[in-house]
Ligand binder design. Structure first.
Ligand SMILES: Cc1ncc(COP(=O)(O)O)c(C=O)c1O
Length: 403
């Protein structure tokens, strides 16, 4: 900590010394020499894309999460699009999803010409509330897309049963939740399809990248075709078989992940266990440190889960504070703590309001949470001193505004 004892309690936003000299981001990747070497080796090889690293990464990833199949994509968003396609979504269909997510979760429904229906979230986890999903079910609903917000698995059993009874598909957007456990099992082999992202702020990075995991061989085959223009075989299979012939059997895209990215993914996968453990350790420190900070509500964890902690979102108890979220956010930034907000509820983005007439008040729990949420820095490369700075700054700022 860099604050001098004389002005430690004066907020940086009021001219005091910031808790840190340099901004601590809310998330960032950790790459080591092994990761770099793995990429260099591929750059010197015959295959930059559609080569052997793809199947190797998919197989090892599937084994790690405990799913039968894993199909790589060029991003989490492309993977969501693949899942929406494989679920059979099309014009006239609806898919129920959560408003408290990154817009890509709902956009994938629109890519397929179907209609997103936003169901509100549970007040404790901020994940899709099964009762709200149930209220929105109809014959038009062909998919439920749940998000494991912040890395806390959604109510997968309840949602899975509802989807089955409605002849719909459960897609789990686990872009926050690689390594999270639900009822003792890692997410990836539970929902019909589970989607992951390998963006740099995630648990494992390939630069950009994504994956769909499934236990269903038919869905896996459709996903493989969809990410490769809808073509029935892949370039390497043809080269190995000495054949040129291929057919396009459905309208797909080029959503392939490169061998360069997969080599990085394979190397990162070897560190996933310790990185996940570090995130859990950081979350435990925050949770212990904030027990007695009035005006701050810590994320809740249900008994049946072990979260993966992509984010550590605190909520402000505004009735106990003299400042709103915006003021507290700015005060934390002035202390050089790189806080963020996840998320503006999707239905309130201008595009969704203008195209579909969505309005404030449709999802009151998510909307009230949005006004109160602040994501604290959370990434596995944080040092103990970084964690102490966040704890110090949050305690300093929130206590300053306590009633
Ligand atoms: C919940 C959620 N879904 C989907 C995505 C999209 O993933 P990508 O950035 O890999 O396209 C993100 C990305 O942050 C996300 O947080």
């Amino acid at each position: 900590m860099s604050a001098s004892p004389t002005n430690v309690e004066t907020l940086a936003i009021h001219g005091g010394t910031p808790v840190r000299e340099k901004l601590l981001p809310y998330g960032r990747q950790s790459l080591d020499d092994e990761d770099i070497q793995a990429v260099v080796e591929v750059l010197k090889s015959d295959w930059l894309t559609t080569g052997p690293k793809i199947a190797e990464f998919e197989e090892q990833f599937a084994a790690w999460i405990g799913a039968r199949h894993a199909v790589s994509f060029s991003s989490g968003t492309a993977a969501l699009h693949g899942a929406a396609f494989a679920a059979g979504l099309g014009p006239g269909d609806e898919a129920i999803t959560t408003p408290l997510t990154f817009c890509a979760t709902a956009n994938c429904i629109l890519y397929q010409g179907a209609t997103p229906v936003f169901a509100d979230v549970s007040p404790d986890t901020l994940n899709l509330d099964p009762d709200e999903v149930s209220r929105n079910l109809s014959k038009r609903v062909k998919a439920i897309i749940a998000v494991d917000y912040a890395g806390h698995p959604a109510a997968l059993d309840e949602l899975g049963e509802m989807a089955k009874a409605n002849a719909a598909v459960l897609i789990e957007d686990a872009c926050h939740a690689l390594g999270a456990e639900y009822r003792g099992k890692r997410v990836g082999g539970i929902a019909d399809m589970t989607v992951f992202s390998f963006h740099p702020v995630k648990h494992l990075t390939t630069g950009e990248g994504g994956m769909v995991a499934t236990n269903d061989a038919r869905l896996a085959e459709t996903l493989r075709r969809f990410r490769n223009h809808g073509i029935s075989s892949e370039a390497r299979q043809r080269q190995e078989a000495g054949q040129w012939f291929y057919e396009m059997v459905l309208l797909g895209f080029n959503y392939r992940l490169t061998d360069i990215a997969c080599a990085l993914g394979l190397s990162q996968l070897t560190k996933l266990g310790p990185n996940l453990a570090r995130r859990r350790e950081i979350a435990a420190r925050y949770t212990a440190a904030f027990r007695s900070v009035a005006g701050l509500i810590r994320p809740s964890v249900r008994a049946e889960v072990n979260p993966a902690w992509h984010l550590y979102p605190i909520r402000l108890d505004l009735a106990k504070l003299t400042a709103d979220r915006g003021q507290i956010f700015r005060a934390l930034r002035a202390e050089n703590i790189g806080v963020s907000v996840h998320y503006i509820p999707v239905h309130l983005h201008p595009y969704y309001r203008n195209q579909f007439g969505h309005k404030d008040g449709e999802c009151p729990v998510a909307e009230a949470a949005y006004e109160r949420l602040i994501s604290l820095p959370m990434f596995h490369g944080m040092t103990d001193a970084d964690v102490a700075d966040v704890v110090g700054a949050v305690s300093k700022v929130v206590s300053h505004y306590a009633r």
